[in-house]
Design a protein around this ligand. Structure first.
Ligand SMILES: [Zn+2]
Ligand SMILES: [Zn+2]
Length: 226
């Protein structure tokens, strides 16, 4: 009963977060950045700055760094993480927090749904009790029973198990990025492996707790400044 409540809760919270991701602002850049001293750029400045990486020729502005022009959204996105194909929106500075919680809810919801499958097996007529077999074997026997008796349900369960593993892995990668203070896009290039992080584990933990509480990154990795 508690599991059903947990799944329903994840479903409702998941739908709300998903709607926020689809309709919210990921951090679209709407106006040019001002100079360090607060004044606007002059025409002379613009001519000098009109080069790749500074001036976005499509948005016709100087985006605040770090920004990346997304071809699918057709806008510059501040603190770009990636363009999410499930929401057809970018994940950037303003919706990164929502995205992380959405990921968490997805992992929790899928995990709880998978815990229900011994119940399905029992419903189909499986007789062994939890205590009779060591737990991984019990799950395996339940799964085998479902495969023999309800092929379609087995396919659904397999799909959900794969989605669970995939989402869990992506969630881990996102948390790892946050702990270092970079995003999936603004991160050390592949060629620099093995990458030496400049942050100690305590700093990384501090980044994670600050992000969970305030949605902000506290300490930047000195070996990779965005
Ligand atoms: Zn742009
Ligand atoms: Zn995008």
């Amino acid at each position: 009963m508690l599991l059903i409540f947990g799944i329903c809760l994840c479903l409702v919270v998941g739908v709300v977060l998903y709607a926020r991701l689809v309709f919210g602002d990921p951090g679209f850049t709407l106006e040019s950045k001002r100079k360090e001293n607060g004044t606007f750029y002059t025409m002379k400045d613009l001519v000098q700055l009109r080069k790749p990486g500074v001036w976005c020729t499509i948005c016709q502005l100087i985006p605040t760094k770090p920004s990346k022009h997304c071809k699918l959204c057709n806008r510059c996105v501040y603190w770009m993480d990636h363009h999410c194909l499930y929401t057809m929106r970018c994940i950037g500075k303003r919706n990164y927090y929502t995205f992380v919680w959405f990921n968490f809810v997805l992992v929790a919801g899928l995990g709880q749904t998978l815990l229900l499958f011994p119940g399905y097996a029992e419903h189909l007529g499986y007789k062994h009790a939890w205590m009779e077999l060591p737990s991984p074997l019990f799950y395996w026997c339940c799964l085998k029973y479902i495969f023999m008796n309800q092929g379609l349900l087995f396919v659904v369960l397999m799909g959900m198990s794969l989605s669970f593993c995939n989402t869990l892995y992506l969630f881990y990668l996102t948390l790892s990025n946050i702990s270092h203070g970079y995003t999936s896009y603004f991160r050390p290039p592949e060629g620099r492996r093995p990458y030496q992080s400049g942050l100690a584990y305590t700093d990384r933990l501090s980044n994670l707790t600050t992000f969970i509480r305030y949605g902000q990154i506290k300490i930047q990795d000195p070996n990779f400044v965005i």
